[in-house]
Ligand binder design. Sequence first.
Ligand SMILES: [Zn+2]
Length: 250
Amino acid sequence: MLQKCEGVVIRTTDYGETNKIVTLFTREWGKIGVMARGAKKPNSRLSSITQIFTYGYFLIQKGTGLSGLQQGEIITPFRSIAEDIFLTAYASFIIELTDKCTDEKKPNPYHFELLYQTLHLMNEGYDPDILMYIYEMKMLNVIGLYPVLNQCSVCGEASGRFSFSIREGGFICHRCLEKDPYHFKISAATVKLLRLFYYFDLSRLGSISVKDTTKKELKMVISAYYEEYSGLRLKSKKFLDSIAQMRNLL
Ligand SMILES: [Zn+2]
């Protein structure tokens, strides 16, 4: 039976001389793997729509085994991402995180929309660091992590000056700092943004400008939290870090 879906190509693996196994993150079915026969041949009609980051409609032949990709149609090409090595690095991280955080055939239209919006805004020139931090904060619930960001993780007070405690799994107020001597000191701006990224819809974000010192704090907290609790090891993270270093030298 032929079925149509809307999706983003998040991984491709060569299969034999001419075929590819393509992993799609779809609005309808969540993550699925499909066989694209002949897609490695340059003149194949599947060749352009099975490139990584492709956002399009896909016609899938569902069967008992691995489904087959019959044809596809690009909805919007993310040209800026494909043509910019820095943006490619960010987008690679976003899709690898998506791949590692999701199980096959578990539909999550909200997550699909988030992925699409993130790539779309990145392609439109929105700050890729901010988009990445937002995406990482939003992925936490998907992998079953619930940092405490609406109050102190130790005493439960909602007001106060907050730092971040990896050990306590969230904000820690000035009254409780001694409970975690290794807490991260962060600015009020970072506290506000961590909350905003975690709780608010991407579509409601609007344009925000964030200082480099605040970005450093966001990166430090989010990376350390993932390191401690997610159990994820992403190949694209190393690439992204070396690319980011390169960009700072330019
Ligand atoms: Zn407290």
